[in-house]
Design a protein around this ligand. Structure first.
Ligand code: CAA
Length: 284
């Protein structure tokens, strides 16, 4: 299908980053960006404007390209406005019940041939697909934060995902100048199956007094050339998101090695969610 108009559900960190890359792609997609409240859309658009401005300052795009990218984004609060989209990416909160309601609704709204992709970082694509009348058209399209910078898109096939859905999604990722990597559906896929236990283990090291967060991060930055240490990265991702992903892996895989670190649970209970709340392993 010739994709011209892309719907995005959720204007948070991931949703606004995804809207950004579609709107500024050479193919010039029209983007319908949907969230439940106007203030979330306003905040998302402010972030897109700031990040496009950063790209202008670095000479990656021109001021005209920034202006036309912004013009291509239509912010909406009614989900029905996604009805005329040719491809939809869901990037809502990482909770199964929330995504389930959205997928049922999108299935009613969108034309039957439209692919419904989820940017979920761990929830089963097979399960989301089974809620719709088009499981063969449901797929995972997992972007990485900051979306305008990170090259990877993990493309996840659910059990029922059709080969055409996979190739359409893969081609779309290439049009965004991203590198798609094919992964089968399993809790945490590949990215978080491997990343989250690392972050969780770094938290155990802090909890047990092996080292301070600063020391753990220095070890990974200087010893392993990671751009951010694991605790800085956990704060950047959001500690609530890290906990949700650990729980999906603990439930889905059943191995005690996926037990979330008690310090992580305590910090989330305290509302210390990392960078977005002003406090996590560090203060912002
Ligand atoms: N939008 C556009 N451009 C951005 C940007 C944004 N939001 N954030 C940074 N940039 C650009 C900068 O302008 C800069 O561009 P140049 O290379 O042209 O100079 C470049 O990115 C690097 O940024 P900075 O110089 O400001 O800072 P940095 O060198 O410290 O890099 C970083 C910042 C890219 C975030 C880097 O620290 C990094 O790669 N960190 C690791 C991020 C990571 O692991 N992300 C994955 C998280 S996991 C996830 O998202 C999925 C999940 O399911 C949990």
């Amino acid at each position: 299908m010739d994709i011209k108009r892309v719907g995005i559900v959720g204007a948070g960190t991931m949703g606004n980053g995804i809207a950004h890359v579609f709107a500024r792609a050479r193919s010039g997609y029209s983007v319908v960006l949907c969230d439940v409240e106007q203030r979330f859309l306003d905040r998302g658009l402010a972030t897109i404007t700031k990040n496009l401005e950063r790209e202008v300052a670095k000479g990656k795009i021109t001021a005209e390209e920034k202006a036309s990218a912004l013009k291509r984004i239509e912010p909406v609060t009614e989900r029905a406005r996604l009805a005329n989209c040719d491809f939809i990416v869901e990037a809502a909160t990482e909770k199964f019940e929330i995504k389930a309601e959205i997928f049922r609704d999108l299935d009613r709204l969108a034309r039957p041939e439209v692919v419904l992709a989820s940017n979920t970082s761990s929830i089963s694509i097979t399960k989301l697909g089974a809620l719709t009348r088009r499981p063969e058209k449901v797929i995972g399209m997992h972007f990485f934060n900051p979306v305008p910078v990170m090259k990877l898109v993990e493309v996840i096939r659910g059990l029922a995902t059709a080969p055409e859905t996979f190739s359409e999604t893969r081609n779309l990722a290439l049009k965004l100048e991203k590198t798609p990597v094919e992964v089968n559906d399993a809790p945490g896929f590949v990215s978080n199956r491997v990343l989250m236990p690392l972050l969780n283990e770094a938290m155990y090291a802090v909890m047990e007094g092996v080292a301070t967060p600063e020391a753990v991060d220095e070890v990974f930055k200087l010893g392993m050339a990671h751009p951010m240490g694991p605790l800085t990265l956990a704060d950047f991702i959001g500690l609530d998101v890290c906990l949700d992903i650990m729980r999906v892996m603990q439930d889905g895989l059943g191995d005690p090695k996926y037990r979330p670190c008690p310090l992580l649970i305590k910090m989330v209970d305290a509302g210390w969610l990392g960078r977005k709340s002003g406090r996590g392993f560090y203060k912002y």
